[in-house]
Design a binder for this molecule. Structure first.
Ligand code: NAP
Length: 515
């Protein structure tokens, strides 16, 4: 009998899992999606200028080539459109339970009890500045494929359904992080987080503050600067920025991608090899590290003529320690007449604006581009494994998982985009496909009982990670969303992605045991 599989999350990872199950003829699965639509981060991040800085011919599934990309780096609506296309083509949408939040998953010794908060619409997206509310539910629901037990659990009364396997695919950047600045609640204007953009708030002519200058801010600042009367960018730490060689695909190029055999695959392969061959060594402090620094400094020189501003935009840590920003419009926006870059620390937020040592910067809108709660993997879902073990407790020193996928004491639980699987140089979709292939390879072994990763395999994995991590640029010199407050890098994969593909392709059996 096919295993009953619960997939949590309908972003790139969850959809990939659902599609591969469908393709394998396994239909006994349900995708639980908290929000009202699919798309994960590509649904949530709808800020002006949102897009991916990895070309979409690579940032897409290898099994679903797409000839419709209009440019090298398409915007968020196109990427979301691609995911919708995939969900429809592979007919997985009917298996997604929208507006259904999983609050708890408990292993009873042989199966998982999955508690949901209810199949109902939630509040409006963006209704709170931290975006704790989801998008409204679409009302599309599919029937459960897991057995149903009575009872309630988790934080809200809900129902409990029973599955053999749970695949968590909730992302690393799904929960906005608001800063802890005194007076935030007293601000009299409008404020929101970049991942919960308030599209009803017209920025035309307004005095806008942006707090943060990471990849998200770099994408929307040029758009906001064109609209706002005055824009103040509060920068705590400068980022390394390199140009984004974007280009539209003309009709001929699109026809060629559609009709020339092998062209899409060759182009994808070329982007992949460039990222792996030139960008990865820069993060591993290898041959291209100096070139990356030179490229970024030349970009800064070319785009920011004012030496005083240039100095304030020059990082004092190695490139790649924080995520390198890839954008060609960010620096020019900072040099506009109506844009000011403030680099002295924020002391407080008052009803009228943002106060620093320089004084009060009066604004009527604050946009928090302050990132995500990236190291709190799976939170706030309560996960209880074998013998009542709490995942939160097991991960109190930082999240970890074998291959980023499996956790000792948590049989038949698989993570997609789990600990140490993020990349600073290549496509996460590549990693997700490796993880889904691994889960698919595990499934036939579950027929004779639940599988759990062996502690020895986990220990060997930890040693391998530590050794590789020691040569990466993320360790010292900066704080970033890649690591815990204590400085442990829990988010990034430190090796080449070719190695990750090899490791995840190994037969699962020796690393796992039956419980
Ligand atoms: P982020 O990179 O974590 O940046 C957060 C920003 O907020 C930083 O500049 C940070 O300053 C600042 N900040 C946080 N707390 C603050 C405080 N209390 N006071 C002042 N400043 C504060 O978040 P993000 O820009 O949303 O990007 C997150 C990740 O999403 C990216 O690194 C990337 O992986 C992904 N992303 C990718 C793309 C893409 O094109 N592929 C686009 C957008 C996002 P410090 O640096 O000083 O901490």
């Amino acid at each position: 009998m096919a295993p009953r599989v619960a997939i949590i999350g309908a972003g790139f990872g969850g959809l990939c899992m659902a599609i591969q199950l469908e393709r394998a003829g396994i239909h006994s699965y349900t995708v639980f999606e908290r929000a009202g639509d699919l798309g994960g981060t590509w649904r949530d991040n709808s800020y002006p200028g949102a897009g991916c800085d990895i070309p979409s011919h690579l940032y897409s599934y290898s099994f679903e080539k797409y000839a419709s990309w209009t440019r090298r780096y398409p915007g968020q609506p196109e990427i979301l459109g691609y995911l919708e296309h995939c969900a429809d083509k592979y007919d997985v949408r009917r298996k997604i339970r929208f507006g259904t939040e999983v609050t708890r998953a408990t292993f009873d010794g042989s199966r998982w009890h999955v508690t949901t908060a209810g199949d109902q619409a939630k509040g409006e997206a963006g209704s709170t500045p931290d975006g704790t509310a989801d998008s409204p539910a679409s009302g599309r629901t599919g029937g459960p494929t897991g057995g149903t037990a009575s009872g309630a659990g988790g934080r809200a009364a809900g129902r409990v359904e029973i599955f053999d396997v749970v695949v968590m695919s909730v992302g690393q950047l799904n929960r906005p992080r608001l800063p802890d600045i005194p007076g935030m609640a007293d601000f009299a204007g409008v404020s929101f987080h970049s991942a919960r953009w308030n599209h009803d708030h017209d920025l035309t002519g307004r005095r806008v503050a942006v707090i943060g200058n990471g990849s998200s801010a770099a994408q929307f600042i040029p758009k906001v600067a064109e609209q706002a009367g005055h824009l103040t960018v509060f920068q705590r730490t400068p980022n390394w920025v390199i140009p984004k060689p974007d280009a539209a695909f003309g009709l001929l190029a699109r026809l060629a991608f559609r009709f020339v055999p092998g062209l899409q695959r060759a182009y994808r392969e070329w982007i992949y090899r460039y990222a792996e061959g030139a960008l990865y060594p820069a993060l591993a402090q290898g041959w291209s590290a100096g070139l990356l620094r030179k490229r970024a400094l030349a970009h800064l020189d070319a785009q920011v003529p004012d030496p005083e501003l240039r100095a304030r935009l020059t990082p004092d840590y190695p490139p790649g320690c924080k995520r390198v920003v890839i954008d060609s419009a960010f620096y020019p926006a900072l040099t506009r007449q109506n844009v000011e870059v403030v680099t002295d620390g924020i002391a407080e937020i008052t009803p009228k604006g943002v106060r620093t040592a320089e004084g009060l910067h009066e604004v009527d809108t604050i946009i928090y581009a302050t990132g995500f709660r990236s190291t709190e993997f799976l939170s706030p879902i309560e996960v209880e494994g074998r013998d009542g073990r709490s995942l939160e407790e097991q991960w109190s020193g930082g999240a970890e998982a074998y291959l980023g996928i499996s956790v000792p004491n948590f049989p038949n639980l698989f993570l997609l985009y789990g600990p140490n699987t993020n990349l600073g140089h290549n496509s996460i979709v590549f990693m997700l496909e490796c993880q889904v292939r691994h889960v698919m390879a595990c499934l036939p072994h579950l027929a004779r009982g639940p599988l759990e990763v062996r502690p020895e395999a986990m220990a060997a994995w930890r040693r391998q990670l530590d050794a590789a991590m020691s040569r990466m640029v993320w360790g010292d010199g900066c704080q970033s969303w890649y690591k815990t407050a204590a400085g442990r890098v829990t988010n990034n994969w430190p090796g080449p992605t070719t190695l990750y593909r090899r490791l995840t392709a190994r037969p699962p059996r020796p690393a796992y045991r039956r419980v």
